[in-house]
Design a protein around this ligand. Structure first.
Ligand code: 13P
Ligand code: SF4
Length: 317
């Protein structure tokens, strides 16, 4: 990869290039604070997919998030050049369910409706009947005709949460988020005891024993909204800690406590941070805008097949 002159004012250069390239910068809440601050729009995965679909004047979409999110942007708005700061920014959930394995699962359940979490590749989406995100998953499950059996993947924790919420039985793919599965219920319970005035809020990718402790469960955007609107003054935030930056800006009077995690590997430096999301940097954003690389590309036939289940989701979201 090209190196960047350390004397360069990256903020000014990114600003100059975004205008020159007519680029729209979209960023997920798990990005580093500096990246969140330069974005044209911040959001959860559903909001960012809609922003990408509705981008009309921009010629380029720079997606500061992980690969499946940038890929979704390309699927819903193929006329734009879609670039991502680091092509290696993946997702443990997307890795857990490659398209060929989903195809084999479907073959053993031919009468099932396939609902896939948006955290999967375009090829896996193309094998699905409908996509959901954490903010619309309940609605999507309820939209499946009564009596039609459901295969749900790749997130077994979100799936288990949805079974409880909707009462719909589903067969679950055994994928997990490598970040949310490290959160420690024992440590959260101890923290709650030390801060009885704090509410514990959590993302549905957390394990069931963690979600049982939660006062509120929601997507990243719903958690942000909850902190702003709820009367409590203190929150233990059960998701990737990048979101604390925007939460602090949106609700400066509230006290926010990042979720404690179980250090399951000796190499863990901060397990409440997504190592994929954190691959993106200002230097890589500058290079992506300068070189319009790395780009998200896919065969048109695959794009069309992946679009169908996404359109079904967008129609009811
Ligand atoms: P949201 O849809 O809540 O943004 O979740 C995306 C994600 O990857 C959470 O780990
Ligand atoms: Fe994937 Fe988890 Fe990272 Fe979200 S936080 S992008 S689900 S690995």
């Amino acid at each position: 990869m090209s190196t960047v002159d350390p004397g360069l004012d990256l903020f000014a250069e990114i600003d100059r290039l975004r205008r020159q390239r007519k680029a729209l910068i979209l960023a997920h809440y798990y990005q580093d604070p500096d990246i969140q601050d330069i974005a044209d729009h911040l959001g959860d995965s559903l909001e960012l997919a809609k922003r990408a679909r509705d981008a009309r004047d921009a010629e380029v979409i720079l997606f500061c998030g992980v690969h499946f999110m940038a890929e979704t942007a390309k699927i819903v708005n193929p006329g734009k050049i879609v670039v991502i700061p680091d092509l290696d920014a993946g997702c443990s959930l997307a890795d857990a369910c490659p398209a060929d394995r989903l195809r084999a699962w479907k073959q053993t359940h031919p009468d099932h409706w396939v609902v896939m979490y948006i955290n999967c590749s375009a090829a896996t989406k193309a094998e699905s009947d409908i996509i959901c995100t954490s903010s619309n998953a309940e609605k999507i499950i309820r939209s499946v005709p009564e009596g039609r059996p459901i295969l749900f993947g790749p997130d077994k924790n979100l799936g288990a949460f949805l079974i409880k919420k909707t009462g719909r039985p589903m067969d679950l793919w055994p994928g997990t988020c490598m970040v949310h599965e490290t959160f420690s219920a024992t440590k959260i319970a101890a923290l709650k005891a030390r801060h009885p005035d704090a509410k514990f809020i959590a993302h549905p990718e957390c394990e069931d024993h963690v979600l049982r402790l939660a006062d509120y469960v929601g997507s990243t955007s719903r958690l942000l909204e909850f902190v702003q609107k709820d009367a409590a003054g203190k929150f233990i935030v059960g998701t990737e800690m990048g979101i604390l930056h925007t939460m602090k800006k949106a609700a400066p009077q509230k006290e926010l406590i990042p979720v404690p995690y179980e250090d399951r590997s000796a190499a863990c430096q901060g397990c409440n941070q997504c190592p994929h999301m954190k691959l993106n940097t200002l230097e890589k954003i500058y290079l992506a805008l300068r070189d319009l690389q790395p780009r998200i590309e896919m065969p048109e036939d695959l794009r069309r097949r992946a679009l169908l289940p996404l359109e079904r989701m967008l129609a009811i979201s």
